[in-house]
Write a protein that binds this ligand. Sequence first.
Ligand code: BEZ
Length: 221
Amino acid sequence: MVLLTEIVPDFEADTSLGHIKFHDYIDGSWAILFSHPADYTPVCTTELGEVGKLQGEFAKRGVKLLALSCDDVESHKGWIKDIEAYTPKSLVNYPIIADPNRDIATLYGMLDPDEKDKAGIPLTARAVFIVGPDKRLKLSILYPATTGRNFSEILRVIDSLQLTAKHSVATPVDWYHGDKVMVVPTLSDEQATAKFPKGFEKASLPSGKGYIRTTPQPNLP
Ligand code: BEZ
């Protein structure tokens, strides 16, 4: 199981778009590896279709897409036709890894003991690994097979990860690109004044502690 900030394990795999080596595929970009229990399953079909529709949004953020499902390449290629037919305006021209023996699923701790194939072998859960250009894990989430993910939320967290990687800020509840952000607690007021030319506001709280400091998003004009 890979932990936050660790270099993600490398692997080679066949995909719907040819053979890849994960670290070479990342190649200095952001990347998202997201898994699916199996081909020709209803929730997965909606998720991959949605990602196919949102590809431009991931590309705008410089994020490479890489899906995984526990079936072989031929199965993936047939399934892609269904995915594109079911979700209008979806184009699945990002790679889907074939992991029929669960080698990558095991390496990344993605297996769901509650969901098994016809042979009784566990399938993968709905894991998401967001990897930075330094190949280190920036975020992971794990959903059970029965709960589809919200890929707009994944775009939102990518906006936060990319912003907070470069600026000494954190993003509050339900934050979206353009909203005010929080000055990180590790900065003193003096350091925050020097770092944020637009200034910051401090909330007045019953404790008298000035730990909630908001500032306009620093990378916007
Ligand atoms: C699905 O993708 O619909 C699914 C796959 C495995 C278990 C439950 C649902």
